[in-house]
Write a protein that binds this ligand. Structure first.
Ligand code: ZN
Length: 253
């Protein structure tokens, strides 16, 4: 494996997922890791799950997988997310629910890369938005690279640290990733990389977001892919899901 595609937060948006897989096929990238939240919010959770499990080498569980399989956990969600979780639970087949229960929380790809949905340290569902969040999260990172999703915002955090020694927020740099630009991952540093969301981007760009990690050249490249947002919105509305979930797809927020 030299090029690994990193996808996350598909959220039942089959139109976006298919567009990303098509692009990966065109790029000749076969290895894919998925960072969870395959379901929740969107209208086609079962078909997304089938496609992800067929194509991805590793899939970890997200907080929406947790809430779909354990209703008690959905009580901490906001009302719109909770309605979508209940809708998702009703619409999935038993075999899908069983698949969700079997997903691991953490996965490793080779010796240098770990993958988790939210953060390797602290409460499940914690977010890595800022250098201070990343500094805390690095305490749980033994590998050169830790892949996370959950925020729906692409990000790259670099720590001036090679081992398990504590990382201060002032030692962490946070850079913005632009579409198509490769960030170089320097030796002697550790990284937390977020590919953004395939199915519900929240950084103001409605295009599907994913990353490619090259473990020979040690680069991480962000990609944005156009997909049929209008069709995804129609499917969301026809499923009877809250209107706000359709609206946010149009603006990427
Ligand atoms: Zn999510």
């Amino acid at each position: 494996m030299t090029r690994l595609a990193v996808i996350s937060d598909i959220h039942g948006n089959l139109h976006a997922l298919r567009a990303v897989i098509k692009r990966l096929d065109a790029m000749g990238i076969e290895e894919i890791v998925c960072l969870g939240d395959v379901v929740g919010y969107g209208p086609e959770p079962g078909r997304c799950l089938d496609l992800v499990l067929k194509r991805c080498r590793q899939v970890v569980r997200g907080n929406h997988e947790d809430a779909v399989t354990d209703p008690r956990l959905a009580t901490s969600f906001n009302p719109v997310a909770r309605r979508a979780i209940e809708w998702t639970r009703r619409s999935l087949l038993d075999r899908h629910l069983e698949m969700l229960r079997l997903l691991p929380r953490l996965a490793f790809v080779g010796d240098s890369v770990m993958a988790i949905h939210d953060t390797p340290v602290g409460p499940i569902g914690g977010y890595v938005y800022h250098p201070r969040d990343a500094a805390r999260a690095f305490k749980g990172v033994d590998t050169r690279v830790c892949l996370v999703g959950h925020t729906h915002v692409p990000a790259i955090f670099e720590a001036q640290s090679t081992g398990k020694e504590p990382v201060r927020a002032s030692d962490v740099t946070n850079s913005i990733l632009n579409n198509g630009a490769a960030a170089r991952l320097r030796s002697g540093r550790r990284y937390i990389l977020n590919p953004g969301a395939v199915g519900q981007p929240r950084d103001g760009d409605p295009r599907a977001s994913f990353g490619v990690l090259d473990t020979r050249r040690w680069t991480f490249t962000l990609h944005r892919e156009e997909y049929d947002v209008d069709a995804a919105r129609r499917a969301t509305e026809q499923a009877g899901l809250p209107a706000s979930l359709s609206q946010r797809l149009a603006i990427g927020a």
